[in-house]
Design a protein around this ligand. Structure first.
Ligand code: ADP
Ligand SMILES: CSC[C@H]1O[C@H](OP(=O)(O)O)[C@H](O)[C@@H]1O
Length: 393
């Protein structure tokens, strides 16, 4: 058995040839397209037809920090297990997996390079008419079918064993729920934000609420989560939606994926000045939640294995709690993307520095409000008031 070593462009091509993925005699080319923080990603393609595959290999350290930050290679297997498991529920919304080598932490999967990440497209002002329907459906099906409502408890607990992902969870526990709320060396922010950041660190009532949300993340094994459900983990066009990169998958609180998605739409929204763009993004949030809750409700009524499924009040309680948690998690994600280790292009690439600082201040205020007032934000419509309230002139 080969021991781990990182692929190069030529060894990636050699692997594709050895596995006979392309036709005999095809002339293959390769490019490294990852530029990611944690993995190598190669596109290997037939020069004549331009048909390709993606080879993704986990690196044993975080490129974004350097070789001193070690990462588990097991995440390649977790990513593959997640995609294989949810292929039962949302086959058209994820890449097909063709091959996994656990020792080399390599996966080979379907190539989506005809699409663009949703984050990039939104930043370029593109529109995605099918996206909220696809994402609402994705979230409802993956969360329902892997929860105790969709799976017999014995089966669920067996499945949970293959999704123990403590090392990746620790990254989220630190980078989303802890470091941004303390004076930690991983935090990154502009000098102009120093006073605002100190206010975050000194806000004890905020920190109490973040601690409660972190506890949910640490302890609630509701359903199988993607675990890193931001707009850079979604490829899209006007008609297609594909979710990638579930290397943080684990059984966690149902509101977490929903919250990360909402947070990244809100980050995009506040980066834009045009009211129509805001309106468009509100609609996305509203429709995603509406598709999520109606699909979840339909599954609850038709496919539940839980004895209590006849109780409408119980369903109402589950949906209400999920939305409340999602809003709290969204607040944490917004704050960490503003002052934590890993930022988003939506804010960092605002050209005018004064505007960038002002938008980042708005992000911090918005994040704090979402966390502290999540019990009051009962539906997406109410989010509008909060955006207006936090707008800086
Ligand atoms: N299936 C795919 N098809 C096309 N490009 C992909 C695919 N998977 C990954 N990529 C490219 O590689 C980048 C990084 O991949 P990703 O899975 O997000 O890893 P990381 O966690 O290292 O960022 C993506 O943003 C995308 O540009
Ligand atoms: C050490 S980087 C951690 C950071 O990376 C992941 O982002 P991406 O999906 O862009 O690879 C994730 O959000 C983690 O918090």
């Amino acid at each position: 058995m080969a021991s781990y070593e990182p692929l190069t462009q030529s060894s990636a091509v050699a692997l594709a040839k050895r596995l006979r993925i392309f036709e005999e005699g095809a002339v293959l080319a390769s490019e490294e397209i990852g530029h990611g923080k944690l993995n190598l990603v190669f596109r290997i393609f037939d020069e004549k037809s331009n048909r390709g595959i993606i080879i993704k290999q986990a690196l044993p350290y975080a490129k974004v920090v350097g070789e001193r930050w070690l990462l588990t290679l097991k995440r390649a297997t977790i990513e593959s297990n997640y995609l294989l498991r949810i292929a039962e529920y949302v086959p058209t919304l994820i890449p097909k997996i063709f091959y996994l080598d656990e020792t080399l932490a390599i996966k080979i999967m379907e190539d989506f390079s005809h699409l663009q990440t949703y984050r990039k497209g939104l930043n370029e002002g593109k529109r995605y008419p099918s996206l909220s329907k696809h994402i609402g459906t994705y979230l409802a099906k993956t969360l329902f079918y892997t929860s105790d409502f969709g799976l017999e408890p014995l089966k669920k607990k067996l499945i949970m064993q293959s999704f123990s992902n403590p090392e990746q969870c620790k990254i989220t526990e630190d980078l989303v729920f802890t470091h941004p709320f303390f004076d930690n060396e991983t935090n990154k922010y502009e000098q102009e934000l120093q006073d605002d950041v100190k206010k975050v660190w000194g806000d004890q009532s905020l920190k109490l609420e973040v601690a409660k949300l972190k506890r949910k993340f640490l302890t609630e094994a509701d359903a199988l989560l993607h675990g890193d459900f931001h707009t850079g983990s979604i490829f899209a066009s006007e008609t297609e939606t594909k979710v990638i990169d579930p290397e943080f998958a684990f059984f966690g609180p149902m509101g977490f994926d929903i919250g990360q998605f909402i947070a990244n739409l809100l980050l995009n929204m506040i980066s834009k000045e045009d009211e129509q763009e805001h309106e468009y993004l509100y609609k996305h949030i509203e429709e995603t939640w509406s598709v999520f809750s109606s699909t979840f409700t339909r599954l609850w009524q038709t496919a539940s294995v839980e004895q209590y499924h006849n109780s409408q009040s119980y369903l109402d309680y589950v949906l209400k709690q999920t939305f409340e948690d999602a809003i709290g998690f969204a607040g944490c994600e917004i704050i960490r993307r503003t002052i934590g280790l890993v930022h988003v292009a939506d804010l960092d690439e605002i050209q005018d520095n004064d505007r960038k600082i002002s938008v980042k201040r708005q992000a911090l205020t918005l994040g704090k409000l979402l966390i502290k007032e999540r019990t009051e934000i009962l539906e997406p419509r109410i989010l509008r008031n909060y955006i207006n309230e936090t707008q800086y002139i």
